[in-house]
Design a protein around this ligand. Sequence first.
Ligand SMILES: [Zn+2]
Ligand SMILES: [Zn+2]
Length: 82
Amino acid sequence: MAEISFSDWQKKLVFVAQQTKQAMDKNRPFVRCGCQKKLWMQNAYKCLYCGEWYCKECAEIHFGKTVAEYRAQHPVAVLTET
Ligand SMILES: [Zn+2]
Ligand SMILES: [Zn+2]
């Protein structure tokens, strides 16, 4: 993961806190990705490391690999998927 500055981390923490608040909403739980796309929770991907939620496209960039690339590298994962 690329180095990010302290102020960037602070911005990210605020952003992730906003997302968490949206996700906890009982009536309309959703998160807004950093790209402004609005995501229902079942379409959102949470980063294990920084806690931020992403849409599929941004998750692929953030996690450093597309789903297609992962499956090509891990063929067994395709077989065990339901
Ligand atoms: Zn992350
Ligand atoms: Zn996005």
